[in-house]
Design a protein around this ligand. Structure first.
Ligand code: HEM
Length: 152
């Protein structure tokens, strides 16, 4: 009887240890921000991404007439946004996506071009698939607030 009680106790201790280890591992899962390489990495991705948008023959037209200062502001706002939504220590400094894009008549095909540029840059920076998928899922959620003309 005493032996059985002892065995029961050691099983209980083993289970508790496993639960503690599993909880600690989960708590240590790094934020997407950290896994992307932190602010410097995000900043470099956005700089490259924004330059591709400005130079694009289709969506580049959307940014005609923007001064260097406005383009720099656009980059900074996007850096803060990505940093914040991935769990980083930044403050969102842009207005919400709906407010800033409504009335531009952005087509679904334009959103796809922008998403493709982001894909290309993330691949260039060798962002692993898991982090790539997580970031693209966050960006995809903004789609309904940005696209006004579906099916084009
Ligand atoms: C893919 C997701 C997108 C994100 C995360 C995004 C993010 C942003 C941000 C943060 C701003 C600055 C807002 C502010 O000034 O407060 C902005 C502005 C702007 N975005 Fe986007 N955008 C996206 C898609 C698009 C698309 C598809 C287009 C069109 C091709 C576009 C065109 C513009 C333009 C023209 C502005 C400047 C608006 C203005 O200053 O009047 N964006 N965007």
């Amino acid at each position: 009887m005493k032996k059985n009680l002892c065995r029961f106790n050691s099983v209980l201790i083993s289970i508790s240890l496993l639960l503690i280890i599993s909880a600690t591992t989960q708590a240590q899962e790094k934020s997407l921000y950290e896994r992307l390489g932190g602010y410097e990495a995000i900043s470099a991705v956005i700089d490259d991404f924004a330059e591709r948008l400005f130079a694009d023959p289709v969506v580049g037209k959307r940014f005609f007439g923007m001064s260097k200062d406005s383009r720099d502001g656009f980059k900074q706002k996007n850096k803060n946004l990505v940093c914040a939504v991935t769990g980083g220590p930044c403050k969102v400094i842009s207005r919400d996506a709906k407010t800033t894009h409504v009335g531009l008549g952005i087509k679904a095909s334009e959103f796809d071009i922008v998403a493709k540029h982001l894909t290309d840059v993330l691949n260039k920076f060798k962002v692993p698939k898991k982090e790539f998928d997580e970031l693209m899922a966050i960006i995809a959620k903004l789609r309904p607030d940005i696209v006004e003309k579906e099916g084009q």
